[in-house]
Design a binder for this molecule. Structure first.
Ligand code: NAD
Length: 247
């Protein structure tokens, strides 16, 4: 198998489980060297064991500016360059709108939207002085369809679409591509925070391909978008949802 990301340095946030872990594995299988971060140390260690070469592991809350800045500095000291950034870290605590507090709103926006801004803000200057780079933002079909008990979540994910498009324009002169990946219901812990197994099974029946997605399917798409075949793609959103949303 060709390893199209050989020698590339890739940062993945929220890599301790689920889609972030699968993205780290997919990038590693394509030859990239990984710098993985999360707020959950034991889970991050578990992800590290699945990668082809030992990653740089750092505990980072992406909503905290100083932690993100220190992480990017550490990666540069360790690897000397950054080629790929995947803004994957995200939370979806369910809150009915009529009960949603300002703190509920702020926390989701801080992690899901500001976190991606901070990571891109600290990484892009290093990409701009090198041969360019690739930034992928994990949005969601909730940005397009809305989602129950997730006004904050859908808003944060819709915000990532604006971030993706505007950043793609500003970073194009530096040969940095910026794209968004919008999964539908995917088999990780996140949907289980708010849906029963019966609700997930019933949602699966409404999906044209007849099942919910697998994290490795999202990982494969992200790895492809970071590779040479996607070099002329920027400012776009890629839906991966079994046909559930055709935007
Ligand atoms: P998950 O909850 O299984 O994993 C999220 C990871 O992010 C966890 O390891 C968690 O510790 C980490 N994290 C949480 N807060 C953080 C913070 N402040 N800083 C750094 N890391 C933090 O979720 P997932 O299903 O793997 O989702 C990954 C991404 O894909 C998220 O952005 C999510 O919104 C998006 N997404 C998921 C689905 C789905 O159905 N699973 C659908 C659409 C979009």
């Amino acid at each position: 198998m060709s390893r199209e990301l050989e020698g590339q340095i890739a940062l993945v946030t929220g890599a301790g489980q689920g889609i972030g872990r699968a993205i780290a594995v997919a990038l590693s299988q394509q030859g990239a060297q990984l710098a993985i971060s999360d707020v959950n140390a034991p889970q991050l260690e578990e992800t590290a064991r699945l990668l082809d070469s030992p990653p740089l592991i750092t505990i980072v809350d992406v909503s905290q500016r100083a932690e993100v800045a220190d992480w990017v500095d550490t990666v540069m000291q360790h690897f000397g360059r950054i080629d790929i950034l995947v803004n994957n870290a995200g939370i979806f605590p369910r809150h009915p709108f009529m009960e949603m507090s300002e703190d509920d709103w702020d926390r989701v926006l801080d992690v899901n939207l500001k976190g991606a801004f901070l990571c891109a803000r600290y990484v892009a200057p290093y990409m701009s002085t090198a041969a360019g780079g690739c930034i992928i933002n994990l949005t969601s079909s909730a940005a397009f369809e809305g989602t129950l008990r997730g006004v904050h979540y859908a808003s944060s994910k819709a915000g990532l679409l604006g971030l993706t498009r505007a950043l793609a324009l500003e970073l194009a002169p530096y040969h940095i591509t910026v794209n968004a990946v919008a999964p539908g219901l995917t088999d990780t812990a996140q949907p289980r925070y708010g849906l029963t197994e019966e609700q997930i099974a019933s949602r699966a029946q409404t999906i044209p391909l007849g099942r919910i997605g697998r994290p490795d399917e999202v990982g494969g798409l992200v790895a492809w978008l970071c590779g040479p075949h996607a070099s002329y793609i920027t400012g776009q959103t890629f839906h991966i949802n079994g046909g559930a949303y055709r935007g």
